[in-house]
Ligand binder design. Structure first.
Ligand code: PNS
Length: 156
């Protein structure tokens, strides 16, 4: 069984993230989305809120699940029996940071492979931080994030 983890802050999940999840779910038997509980960052949503928003959007994907994790990603992968770490790439600047993380994760545990998936070009400009910026100034969020996330952002 090929199990992959797809880690991130997902504060909040975007349509770009969901596109990667959907495509990864066709490549692996099981995909586990790992929501990082990172207390040093000041997130808009709690890890549980982020997981709830994700859960609503993966209902129709039977081989995809979501869990909150803290600590090292390689430990989360190990706990879930995963051998693959999925990362989405939008730009060349993403690559530099992701390359460093992939090498670090490999050094921490050589059993895991990081697989990079290129974002669909129609999502290449979307990031969680841009979504929050647009939301702050009451900009249009349609097309950037799923409907349940739009409602949650409006609540906040
Ligand atoms: O969505 P993000 O914030 O770019 O995701 C970053 C994430 C969660 C993938 C990364 O910070 C991570 O893996 N954190 C867990 C701690 C860890 O394993 N650090 C060492 C490798 S960077």
């Amino acid at each position: 069984m090929r199990i992959a983890v797809y880690p991130g802050s997902f504060d909040p999940i975007t349509n770009g993230h969901l596109d990667i999840v959907k495509r990864a779910s066709r490549l692996y038997d099981k995909v586990i989305i790992g929501v990082l509980d990172n207390s040093s960052k000041k997130p808009m949503f709690s890890p549980i809120e982020r997981k709830e928003m994700i859960d609503e959007n993966i209902k129709d994907m039977p081989n995809v699940s979501c869990d909150v994790f803290s600590g090292l990603l390689v430990d989360f992968a190990k706990q879930n029996g995963a051998t693959v770490i999925i990362k989405g790439l939008r730009t060349v600047s993403d690559f530099e940071y992701e390359f460093q993380m992939a090498l670090l994760n490999k050094a921490l545990n050589p059993e895991y492979e990081t697989m990079f998936m290129m974002t669909d070009s129609k999502y290449s400009y979307i990031s969680s931080s841009m979504v929050k910026e647009v939301a702050k100034y009451n900009g249009e969020l349609d097309g950037l994030v799923p409907q349940n996330v739009i409602l949650k952002i409006k609540d906040k």
